[in-house]
Write a protein that binds this ligand. Structure first.
Ligand SMILES: [Zn+2]
Length: 268
């Protein structure tokens, strides 16, 4: 069976898509996208992603998650706190049947985002509790890790997580390979085409552990232009080039990988 593209991590419920989502979706479908694994960052977004699933039931596969960084008013971002999760928690259970994963969750120890030990402790609390929720709901996790590669993977292993996608991972290949040994998958957005920084990582991770993503509206080819799921073809081509494979092979294998990890997202 031929698969379309699976965008394993995107934010279609983001405000950036409110005005012209219909067109964005049409361009994705024309580009061959078959599934959008739609992550969320805060409880305020949950109802929107469920609405999108109702509108595009064969395409949108919703995930609930509390992102390690939350909007702090204005352009500021702050670390997530246990209170953010407390408020959101009942929603996970209420809509469990409709969720394909828990995400976007994770750790972001970028110094200006998490300057204090309290920030990092709070993020860890929110992350570990959501790993437990995922286990309880029998769902995989869709994970963000920045400036925290080693500790993210170590934490998931300690917590006995076996089904995880690490999105836009930028840690060392040796750390990624620890994740590979734990059974984790790694997805790469169009931004990896900007330079060769991530090529070594892509070379070292076996294709059976790679997925495609766009992280739309972020992480496109051009930092200043809104990214959208149709750009997944760019990630596919880049990974194919780096690995010396055909784009068709990368498309098919990454889609199979994504459906293995997110079985509820496979609507066929
Ligand atoms: Zn994201």
């Amino acid at each position: 069976m031929e698969y379309g593209f699976v965008d394993s991590h995107c934010h279609v419920s983001a405000r950036e898509f409110e005005q012209d989502l219909e067109d964005v979706i049409q361009r994705s479908t024309e580009a061959g996208v078959q599934t959008l694994v739609a992550v969320t960052e805060e409880a305020g977004e949950f109802s929107r992603v469920l609405q999108l699933q109702e509108r595009y039931p064969d395409l949108v596969a919703p995930c609930f998650g509390i992102h390690p960084l939350q909007a702090g008013g204005g352009s500021e971002q702050r670390s997530a706190t246990p209170r953010d999760l407390d408020a959101a928690l009942p929603e996970f259970y209420k809509h469990r049947e409709r969720l394909v994963a828990v995400g976007e969750i994770g750790l972001d120890f970028t110094p200006w985002c998490a300057p204090t030990q309290q920030d990092r402790d709070d993020q860890m609390n929110v992350f570990v509790r959501q790993l437990n929720v995922a286990r309880e709901l029998d769902l995989p996790v869709n994970v963000h890790s920045r400036s925290a590669a080693k500790v993210t993977i170590a934490t998931m292993r300690e917590q006995g997580v076996s089904r995880a996608l690490l999105h836009n991972f930028a840690g060392k290949p040796s750390v990624a390979l620890e994740g590979v040994r734990a059974g984790y998958l790694f997805s790469f957005p169009p931004a990896v085409c900007r330079n060769q920084q991530r090529d070594k990582l892509i070379q070292r991770i076996p294709l059976e552990h790679i997925c495609l993503e766009t992280d739309s509206p972020a992480l496109g080819l051009d930092k200043h232009v809104r990214n959208e799921p149709s750009n997944i073809v760019l990630s596919c081509r880049h990974i194919a080039k780096v690995k010396g494979l055909s784009p068709q092979t990368v498309q098919q294998v990454t889609a199979q990988n994504a459906y293995r990890l997110f079985p509820k997202a496979n609507r066929r």
